[in-house]
Design a protein around this ligand. Structure first.
Ligand SMILES: [Zn+2]
Length: 538
């Protein structure tokens, strides 16, 4: 049976740019457009040419090879002709294949925001679509606030959509701009639009996540007949974000309700790269990946309960809704105090550590992990520290260097100009190859000073940790009060892109940080020797 085409439209570079704290450079935009293009997205919307220097520079060239490259902008201004509108001229001149016009479709907004008559707005839609087509471009019209507009005045909302379609727009996109519409309403309204004479093959959905249902709304619209879905990578976007394409795409490809009826430009092979795509995008944004993201998160196929884990090892289908490798993810059975022997063996094997089930050292390792977890260590969040501990107890870990002492100092004082300053300094003494070295460093806070001092001079290992970088640092106070236990988790990465977490626990925050820093460096040295890091490198 032939399947119908569903078109994927990415607006990461346009609507996604509205996310607080996100501001793409031209280089970022080029890199992201390339990733989307290679992944199999049909339309890549790049921004507003003419509105700012970055977007104008981005549209100086076509940035995709297979995907259609889309410029976004307003419909022509009321009161000037299409040929006399500078905004429209910038859109027509951009090196894009298509133009997506944003048009008001809620009568209230037409009066309030545009301050023109309803008919003038329809004329602007018509003239803009015609101008784009005359310039040889595909035209799309985003009907802003369509669902709210439909509820307020369905005749006018439909008139906007119909005007766009009749003028020759390839796609009329129904937008839930405020993100508050419910899936059942989306379904009913899409059906009404189709019944009014615009075929589903010319309709798209653009959903926002303000009630946590942008993905559900997009899928409801597909079920009701639309054939284009808009969204962003990892669901970025203003307020609560846009529909998350990283969630929608696997659902379309793997869930029979959609997979049997539709096909998209994303091949099975590309789909197996979607976890990597999602992480690469977070990397570019310099933010930590969301562990609980559907399909692609580190926890998406993780389990820590002992009873589930042993069943999972026997028959993965019992606890997994799809196979993790189809989306480039993997099954994780986490080490935790609930885990039984089967958990440990599976985890160790995955790290290339073989140990017989009846080996006494295995029982010793399990009891140490349980003891330490009772003290506050959290190995399920610190893969690398777990691996080091296991290797130490089951085999051996070379002693690369030995820290004989460290000292940290924090001074808060007024400088010569009377300004309050806080200065942190650390001194670390370390023995490498029998020779003692002493490093002193200042830093932003004592942990940073300690980190710099520790990594300042490791003798012959120094060049090996040059690409080691700390990317995240989490502190958790475990049982209240100033005498509480502190748990520090540190995330590190190196030039190969591998990331790993280490943990330290102490009643002293500096000491806990020091343990986690030490583990990270030793793990990196082990990884360089192919003695560790199977998991981190994944
Ligand atoms: Zn939007």
């Amino acid at each position: 049976m032939t399947r119908e085409s569903l078109h994927l439209f990415d607006t990461t570079l346009r609507d996604g740019q509205q996310t607080p704290g996100i501001d793409f450079s031209v280089e970022d935009k080029i890199a992201i457009a390339k990733m989307l293009d290679a992944f199999g997205i049909d339309y890549v919307e790049g921004g507003y040419p003419g509105a700012n220097p970055t977007d104008t520079a981005f549209f100086a060239e076509k940035r995709t090879t297979s995907a259609r490259f889309v410029a976004f902008g307003m419909t022509k201004r009321v009161g000037v002709s299409a040929s006399n509108d500078p905004g429209l001229a910038a859109l027509l001149q951009a090196k894009s294949d298509a133009i997506c016009f944003v048009a008001k479709s809620w009568d209230y907004h037409v009066r309030l925001a545009l301050g023109c008559t309803e008919d003038e707005n329809l004329d602007a839609i018509r003239a803009s679509v015609e101008a784009a087509r005359a310039a040889g471009k595909e035209a799309l019209v985003d009907c802003e606030h369509f669902f709210d507009g439909f509820k307020a005045n369905s005749a006018y909302a439909l008139a906007c959509a119909k005007t766009a379609f009749d003028a020759g727009a390839r796609w009329v996109v129904l937008c839930d701009t405020n993100g508050g519409t419910q899936p059942s309403e989306i379904r009913a309204i899409v059906e009404a639009v189709i019944a009014s004479g615009i075929p589903g093959k010319n309709l798209g959905i653009h959903a926002h996540d303000d009630t946590g249902q942008a993905v559900a709304n997009s899928l409801a619209a597909v079920e009701a007949g639309v054939r284009q879905v808009q969204g962003t990578l990892n669901g970025i976007g203003e307020r609560c974000g846009n529909a998350n394409l990283i969630t929608i795409i696997p659902t379309l490809a793997l869930k029979p309700a959609f997979a049997e009826r539709f096909e998209t430009g994303v091949t099975a092979e590309a789909l197996a790269g979607i976890s990597r795509l999602s992480r690469a995008f977070d990397e570019l944004l310099n933010r930590a990946p969301e562990a609980q993201s559907p399909y692609v998160g580190a926890s998406a196929f993780a389990t820590k309960a002992g009873i589930h884990a042993s069943a999972l090892a026997k028959e993965p289908k019992t606890y997994e809704h799809v196979e993790p490798q189809l989306v480039g993810n993997r099954r994780r059975v986490m080490v935790s105090d609930q885990g039984g022997k089967a958990n440990f063996l599976a985890e160790l094997r995955r790290r290339g550590i073989e140990v017989p089930r009846d080996d006494n050292r295995l029982d010793a390792l399990i009891s140490v992990v349980k003891e330490r977890e009772a003290e506050g260590y959290a190995y399920e969040g610190a893969d690398a520290s777990f691996e080091l501990l296991a290797r130490k107890m089951l085999h051996s870990v070379p002693e690369f260097f030995n820290v004989t002492s460290f000292r940290c100092m924090v001074e808060r004082r007024f400088d010569a100009n009377g300004a309050l300053k806080t200065v942190s300094e650390a001194i670390v003494k370390v023995i490498v190859d029998g020779e003692e070295r002493m490093s002193v460093a200042e830093g932003h806070g004592p942990v940073n000073a300690l980190d710099i001092a520790l990594r300042k001079d490791l003798g012959r290992y120094q060049h090996e940790i040059a690409d080691l970088e700390l990317v995240d640092y989490k502190v958790r106070i475990l049982n209240g009060g100033t005498e509480a236990i502190t748990r520090v988790l540190i995330e590190s990465r190196d030039g190969s892109g591998a990331r790993w977490w280490t943990v330290g626990v102490s009643d002293n925050i500096i000491d806990a940080s020091f343990q986690a820093l030490m583990d990270s460096i030793v793990f990196k040295l082990m990884k360089n020797r192919d003695m560790a890091g199977l998991v981190a490198a994944e």
